[in-house]
Design a protein around this ligand. Structure first.
Ligand code: HSE
Length: 437
């Protein structure tokens, strides 16, 4: 039997405690699978006294994660602290520089510093594994990095935030308010420490930036993402989507276009019959379209302690199985030097269908004015529906337009024109429609 792989875990929150617990409970099975024992020898967390349901008597305790990261008592440093700077960044960097393998679930850290950290890992010949950073328990990194060699990706898109999908699902199924759904997601441990990162799309954007790099062989460009969250989605949008045969999902989408790569995160209407529309609750899904494989859709638990721990443990097991000279490929699928610079396609040139919901004064000429603005911008309409708001004789009406494929620039011009015409009572709502099988 080979020597045990010695694991140090920094951060003993929901995920960290779950990783430590499962590694202990499944020790015999993991030893059989990895060919050697995998043992947690050291940990670091903020509060030493908290009961986490894990037997820690045989483990060394470090108050400082950087000291743990560089300790001679570990072979693998598992970073579950979170945050893109401070102790998470300092400890991962120190661990790699000290020649330790690293496993992290930290998408924000990778989105911000992934290339620099990958360069250190390459130089030191160690592994930097991050399966849990994207889509929780779904093995999408392994799939893209290892199983899709030779495929040319044209589009990757997905539901990458469990909190948002949980909120949108419950809003649709139960008519519950956005705030109540968010509170439940926080209580269940799905949401980030700052839930605005979930609901405003930043968490999805971090994950998308990693997928984009793997998909297109480009440098990570987390700041070059068009971003809209779900906080302005109302019951009116959800009901209208349902009447029109759509569901609203927060999608992260990256696609190759003639002018560069489009990276966008926004509420999206997907056909109710599409596979991705069936992904409910905290479940995540990632669709990858390639020339050789066609379309692949992976779906599974995207948030929560055990699901995330499963991905972390898979990464640790890969390290336990790896031998010098026979290691997995580069961190982002290609050596850092061979990742090409990211060229951003402008959002204004995005092409697709659009849902536009307008709350207008009920008076003669409004419909005609809306139709004129659409025609002026060469937008062809697939459907136009008018609803009375409230009681008969109400002064306001809702007009819902669904466009055929057009451009973002044309829609913005048309909506600006309608706003200038002075017929609107409320802010216009525009939601993009995504092609999905
Ligand atoms: N807050 C994240 C989510 C957790 O809701 O999906 C996993 O990154």
């Amino acid at each position: 039997m080979s020597e045990a792989l010695r694991v140090g875990i920094a951060g003993l929150g929901t995920v960290g405690a779950s990783v430590a617990r499962v590694l202990a409970e499944k020790a015999a099975e993991l030893t059989r699978q990895c060919g050697r024992p995998v043992t947690v020898t050291a940990v670091s967390a903020r509060d030493r006294t908290r009961d986490r349901g894990v037997e820690m008597s045989g483990m060394s305790w470090f108050d400082d994660p950087v000291e743990l990261a560089t300790s001679n008592g570990i072979d693998v440093f598992v970073e579950l602290i979170g945050g893109d700077e401070g102790p998470a960044h300092d400890s991962v960097k120190a661990a790699l520089q000290a020649g330790r393998h690293v496993v992290t679930a930290n998408k924000a850290l990778l989105a911000r510093h992934g290339l620099a950290l990958a360069a250190i890992a390459e130089e030191k010949g160690v592994l930097l594994n991050y399966e849990a950073a994207v889509a929780g328990g779904i093995p999408v990194i392994k799939t893209m990095r290892e199983a899709m060699a030779g495929n040319t990706v044209s589009r990757v898109f997905g539901i990458l935030n469990g909190t948002c999908n949980y909120i949108l699902t419950r809003m649709e199924d139960e008519g519950i308010s956005f705030e109540d759904c968010l509170a439940d997601a926080q209580r269940l441990g799905y949401a980030e420490a700052d839930p605005t990162f979930d609901i405003e799309g930043n968490d999805t954007a971090h994950k998308l930036s990693i997928l984009t790099s793997l998909a297109f062989g480009t440098q990570i460009a987390a700041d070059d993402i068009y971003l809209e969250g779900i906080s302005n989605i109302t019951q009116a949008d959800i009901r209208a989507a349902s009447e029109l045969g759509y569901r609203i999902k927060l999608l992260g989408v990256a696609q190759r276009t003639e002018s560069g790569i489009e990276q966008r995160v926004h509420p999206t209407m997907v056909p109710t019959a599409s596979v991705i529309a069936q992904v409910h609750g905290v479940t995540n899904a990632v669709a990858i379209e390639t020339d050789i494989l066609g379309e692949l859709l992976l779906s599974g638990p995207g948030a929560g302690g055990n699901a995330t721990a499963s991905a972390v443990i898979g990464d640790i097991a890969d390290i336990a199985k790896s031998r010098p000279g026979f290691q997995h490929g580069p961190v982002f699928g290609r050596p850092v030097k061979e990742l090409s610079p990211y060229t951003r396609a402008q959002m204004r040139s995005h092409e697709g269908g659009y849902f536009i919901r307008l709350t207008v004064h009920d008076r003669i000429g409004v419909f005609a004015a809306i139709a004129r603005r659409m025609a002026e911008n060469e937008i062809s309409l697939e459907s136009i529906v008018q609803h009375a708001n409230g009681a008969n004789g109400s002064e306001q009406k809702t007009v819902i337009l669904v466009t055929h494929e057009t451009t973002e620039a044309a829609v913005r011009e048309a909506v600006d024109g309608i706003t200038q015409d002075g017929h609107l009572i409320d802010k216009p709502q525009v939601i993009r429609i995504e092609r999905a099988g």
